[in-house]
Write a protein that binds this ligand. Structure first.
Ligand code: SF4
Length: 343
């Protein structure tokens, strides 16, 4: 059977692996052994499964494979060790992921789609639209590829790479369960970031997961959001804030509002006052992000971010400034892939 027609074992649940073992005339516990090789020892090929009978491995090899995205290029920031990965999927499509080292553990920022349909003006990932959704196995496979390359164990996941996670709802939900149950990463260690697909935020709230939700707010004004986030034309700001309240009410998880500080656009006293009206009375956390320039003409805004944090603080709003990882490499989402594809 050609490699491309073989079925990927990575992503299968324990009952599915037990069934595969039984179908090949093996005892059920062989499925459990296979599960441990796939998710605890994280092997890259079946030959490494040393306690499985050779005959079973041969049978598996005829129909199945273990496949993860392939590491094509890695940029390492010499200052903070942040690594940006360019990864190739089975159909040769390229995606990006970032490994960041924190005092609390190693965190990865993963892609959920090839490209993105959302078209946020400050983002390189959406420049050429969406190509396709990633499967749950492709999203999780980025973790294995990075762990294998770096030798580091991942403890935290941020779904904030290429793609809008809620535009790939079913696969992302499947991924969260896979990461939680098979790779043993706690739901509270997983953060999903969305540009604001209101109906999907509500659907996510109904799942009552314990993951963290981050919403790209970037301005408390409807007209300004529309300027930089095309999705704001579909869902207005009141609908968005109501959906975030619903998420908190159903899950008990405080929502984070992502706020990229764009000089002379969204960092005035008036912006802070409007933000207070909007979210001042609900549990909130504002994550201030220095603008990561997609083009060289836009200047980074670290000082503006500090000043805006002080303005917010005076209004009683809770904010932190996101640590700038990988500032010596092309760590803004989508930049490395675009260079490779010459977009
Ligand atoms: S910021 Fe996120 S949602 Fe917006 S275009 Fe980029 S990847 Fe897509």
């Amino acid at each position: 059977m050609p490699l491309s027609e073989k079925i990927n074992l990575f992503g299968k649940s324990l009952p599915e692996l037990e069934e595969i073992a039984l179908n090949f005339g093996e005892r059920k516990f062989r499925g459990k052994q296979l599960y441990e090789w796939l998710y605890n020892k994280k092997v890259l090929n079946l030959e490494e499964c040393s306690n499985l009978p050779k005959s079973f491995i041969n049978q598996l090899n005829n129909n199945y494979m273990i496949h993860h995205p392939e590491v094509i290029k890695v940029l390492t920031d010499p200052e903070d060790g942040t690594q940006k990965y360019l990864l190739k999927l089975e159909d040769d499509k390229l995606i990006e992921a970032v490994l960041m080292n924190y005092s609390f553990g190693n965190s990865v920022c993963l892609s959920t789609q090839v490209g993105c349909a959302m078209g946020c003006t400050f983002c390189a990932s959406g420049k050429n639209g969406k190509d396709r959704n990633l499967t749950a196995e492709e999203i999780a496979g980025q973790i294995i590829a990075i762990e294998n390359y770096s030798g580091k164990q991942i403890s935290n996941i941020v779904l904030m790479g290429m793609g809008e996670p809620l535009d790939n709802f079913d696969n992302v939900l499947k991924f969260i369960k896979l990461a939680n149950q098979n790779l043993n990463i706690g739901q509270r260690h997983i953060t999903l970031s969305t540009c604001g697909l209101v109906d999907k935020i509500k659907a996510l709230a109904d799942e009552k997961l314990q993951i963290n939700l981050a919403i790209s707010l970037h301005s408390p004004f409807q007209n300004k959001r529309e300027e930089i986030l095309p999705i704001a034309k579909r869902y207005n700001i009141d609908q968005l804030i109501n959906a975030s309240k619903e998420y908190f009410n159903k899950t008990g998880r405080r929502v984070t509002y992502e706020y990229t500080v764009i000089p002379d656009f969204n960092n005035s006293e008036a912006d802070a006052l409007e933000l207070k009206k909007l979210i001042g009375n609900i549990p909130h956390h504002i994550n201030l992000i220095p603008l990561n320039p997609v083009t060289k003409e836009v200047k980074p805004s670290r000082d503006n971010v500090k000043l805006f944090a002080e303005i917010l603080n005076k209004q009683g709003l809770i904010s932190t400034i996101r640590r700038k990882n990988g500032k010596n490499i092309e760590a803004a989402c989508g930049q490395l892939r675009n260079q490779e594809l010459e977009i």
